[in-house]
Each structure stands twice: as C-alpha cells, then as structure tokens.
Ligand binder design. Structure first.
Ligand code: ADP
Ligand code: TYD
Length: 228
C-alpha cells in the first residue's frame, strides 16, 4: 500500500517486473528488501517474491531442490524442477500482480537458471533458454540487478548459515556462476545492471535507486535519506 500517494495514482513504469541476481551470499536479498521499502515509500504498490518459491507449490519444489540429502539429483531433473517452480510462480503470483498494476521484485529469476544450470552446471545454454521460455512465456523483467561479488567474500558473508545442496557445490562452481552473470550483463546492458557488491550496503542501495530512477521510477530523495 502507498504511504505518500493516493492509491491509483501510481506513476509509470508500474506495472513493472524487477529481478535481483547474483551468487549465494552476494547481498541481493538485503538489497531487494531495501529497494522494496524505497519503492513502497515512494508510493508504489510492491510485491516481493523469491525463487525458487514464492507460491505454495513452488515452496514445496524448493524444499526438494535445496535438501542436501538429494545429492544424487541429475542436471535435467534439477533444471526442470527450477522451471516448474518458476512456471507456477509466474502463473499464480507474478502475472496477477502485474495485471493489478504492482511492481513485482523477485529475488532470482531465469538468469539464475542460465548461470547455475548452464554456465556453472554445464547444461547446453540453448536447451536452458528453451526451458526458461517455456516457464515464463511473455513474462520478462524490465530491470535486472546483478550483485557482483567474488565467491570467497560471498562465502564468508553466509558463513553463519547452514549450507544447502547448491551451496555445497563449492567455490569454483560459485565463480563460474559469477562469470555467467557478468556475461549476461555484457550481453544485455539495457536490462541487466551489474552492481559492485563489495561495497557497503548503503552505497550499493544508492546505486540501485539511481538505476531505478533511470528506468523511470519516481523516487524522491527524501525516501533515500529515510532509508539510512
Ligand atoms: P543473498 O540473498 O545474496 O544470499 P543476503 O542479502 O542474505 O545475501 O546477505 C548475506 C549476508 O551478508 C547477510 O548476513 C547480510 O547481512 C550480509 N550483507 C549483505 N550485504 C552486505 C554488504 N554490502 N557488506 C557486508 N555484508 C553484507
Ligand atoms: P537460496 O537460499 O534462495 O539462495 P540465496 O539466498 O543465495 O538466493 O537458494 C536458492 C539456490 O538455488 C541458490 O543456490 C541458487 C539456486 N538456483 C539455481 O541453481 N537455479 C535457479 O534457477 C534458481 C532460481 C536458483
């Protein structure tokens, strides 16, 4: 709901779909939370989601994907489970929210599949592209933030939490994922914004807000100051 502006008075570019990406522990959930808060304070109606998950069926699939006990899971099974979780999220949550004029902010989306399952996991990129397209249809992000951080620093940031099945793949895997995200940012600079995530939280947030403004979001300076 809005705090500063009457409902129905949302400005362009809402409805809009924003995704945040990066390796595990890069700080993207922290930045997604701050961006959502800033957008809400600016008067946008915001829905925050995460992948895999965000809908009841997708959360059940998430449990299968991240359970370290499922160490025998093959690459195609893994790919299709991520896509199944995503297809349900698009169907049940993202498309209805966009139809209602909201700004949807999703922690991970199909770029994660391209990087984890293709760049790092070794699946053919064209096959992964086809699977992504099947899951999302016409639902594409307007802006994607990639929080770029080296794997060692990211691992130390998440050192206080238990390792899931994907994190157990190790540092070299995470470096390949990070290289994949950099490649996507170079391929699609209009959509994908590569953000140096090695800095302090406030400095990164300020850059995110600058990019959102550049994308057409009306975020007054007082919102930024209130977030500090
Ligand atoms: P992700 O969603 O990418 O896994 P999180 O946002 O959960 O990452 O952050 C992982 C950990 O790092 C958290 O403890 C968080 O407080 C911390 N963190 C986030 N951003 C930064 C930053 N810029 N500098 C230092 N620590 C950070
Ligand atoms: P999560 O705990 O949400 O990680 P984080 O907080 O770092 O985002 O776990 C999601 C894991 O699933 C993470 O290791 C990335 C991985 N993943 C894929 O491999 N492919 C995908 O398509 C998606 C969405 C996530």
């Amino acid at each position: 709901m809005t705090q500063n502006r009457a409902k129905g008075a949302l400005r362009a570019p809402a409805p809009a779909f924003i995704t945040v990406e990066g390796i595990d522990g890069c700080g993207k959930s922290t930045q997604a939370r701050l961006a959502c808060r800033a957008l809400e304070r600016a008067g946008y109606d915001v829905l925050a989601l995460r992948e895999p998950g965000g809908a009841a069926i997708s959360e059940k699939i998430r449990a299968l994907l991240l359970d370290p006990a499922n160490s025998e899971m093959g690459g195609i099974c893994e790919l299709l489970l991520y896509e199944a979780a995503r297809a349900q999220l698009v169907h049940e949550m993202i498309e209805p929210a966009l139809a209602a004029g909201k700004v949807v902010v999703c922690d991970r989306f199909y770029d994660s599949t391209t990087c984890y399952q293709a760049f790092a996991g070794g699946l053919d990129r064209d096959r992964v592209r086809v699977a992504n397209e099947l899951a999302v249809g016409a639902c594409r992000p307007l802006v994607t933030f990639v929080f770029d951080l080296d794997a060692q620093t990211a691992a130390s940031r998440r050192s206080n939490r238990a390792e899931d099945r994907m994190e157990a793949k190790g540092l070299a895997f995470q470096e390949r994922v990070a290289a994949g995200f950099r490649a996507i940012a170079a391929e699609e600079p209009a959509r994908v914004k590569l953000i140096d995530a090695a800095r302090e939280i406030d400095a990164i947030h300020a850059e995110v807000l600058a990019e959102l403004r550049a994308a057409g979001f009306a975020i007054p300076a007082c919102v930024e100051e209130a977030g500090r």
